[in-house]
Design a protein around this ligand. Structure first.
Ligand code: OAD
Length: 259
């Protein structure tokens, strides 16, 4: 199929779908300037995400892990939603409850896009706020009492003593993200799998589809008879299951298939 035939097929599948699940990964934010984990520029000082985003790494060296998150947080704070985030927010607001966004991203750019588009339309952003499978880089959680704190302030990781502390009990805070070896929030995961099973189409944008359980969501839709549409410049383990694979960046492809 030609690229334009793929675009037309994806458009038709999404237009006909009663319920759509959109699953996104780091690639949807790449053109906003957020580094992906596994692509070029994915390493931070030669560390891979799997070496830093673990409870063991935090127990060994919380200062190093907070320094990495502080660096990512500062980078993400400079970024704004791109045309793909905005088009997905418009879709979810146009078909409230029937199009749901589920993201592995911790950058909150989908939520920013939801608020931006909803403000333009004078609408409630809620239908376009995604389920965050892996948490948020702008939240921290106390390792002692579980209190959560939301902040976009810079992290001072110059020493252990300057790291974020809990306002309630003074305990050490950690990023409120799901690390390798940890379980996802059961409620969030259960809802994501229900959405995947009920979807007549799953649109997968910018994920390498190697991190479970998120990577299984599209195959749940496929097994239930729904269509899978993938947007990614590269092939992924999902490609063999996809009804349509669009080899393109999200900013070019998403608005086009939704237009
Ligand atoms: P990855 O970094 O593994 O994959 C990013 C994907 O985006 C790759 O398949 C790229 O080909 C694709 N990509 C790059 N540029 C793109 C663009 N402009 N448009 C569309 N796609 C593009 O990121 P994730 O799949 O999100 O987990 O990674 C999954 C999880 O592993 C993350 O949530 C994170 C990570 O370690 C945790 O931190 C727990």
């Amino acid at each position: 199929m030609t690229a334009s035939a793929d675009i037309a097929r994806a458009h038709a599948l999404l237009a006909a779908a009663e319920r759509v699940l959109v699953l996104t990964g780091a690639g949807v934010s790449a053109e906003s300037g957020v580094p992906t984990f596994r692509g070029a520029g994915g390493l931070w000082r030669d560390y891979r995400a799997e070496e830093l985003a673990t409870p063991g790494a935090f127990a060994r060296d919380p200062r190093l892990v907070w320094e990495w998150y502080g660096w990512r947080r500062a980078k993400v704070a400079e970024c704004t939603p791109n045309a793909a985030h905005l088009a997905l927010a418009r879709l979810a607001l146009a078909r409230p409850g029937r199009v749901r966004l589920v993201t592995q991203n911790v950058d909150e750019l989908h939520a920013d896009a939801a608020r931006q588009v909803a403000a333009e339309l004078g609408a409630d952003p809620a239908p376009a706020i995604p389920l965050e499978l892996h948490g948020s880089i702008f939240r921290a959680r106390c390792t002692r009492c579980g209190t959560r704190a939301v902040s976009r302030d810079p992290i001072d990781a110059s020493s252990r003593e300057t790291l974020p502390r809990c306002a309630t009990c003074g305990g050490p805070m950690r990023p409120d993200v799901v690390w390798f070896g940890e379980s996802l929030d059961e409620r969030v995961l259960g809802e994501a799998f229900e959405l995947a099973a009920a979807a007549s189409a799953c649109l997968v944008v910018g994920t390498s589809a190697v991190v479970q359980p998120a990577a299984s969501l599209a195959s749940v839709t496929a097994r239930a008879g729904g269509a899978v549409i993938e947007i990614n410049p590269d092939e992924t383990p999902l490609t063999p299951y996809a009804d349509v694979s669009i080899r393109s960046g999200a900013v070019a492809a998403v608005p086009e298939i939704l237009g």
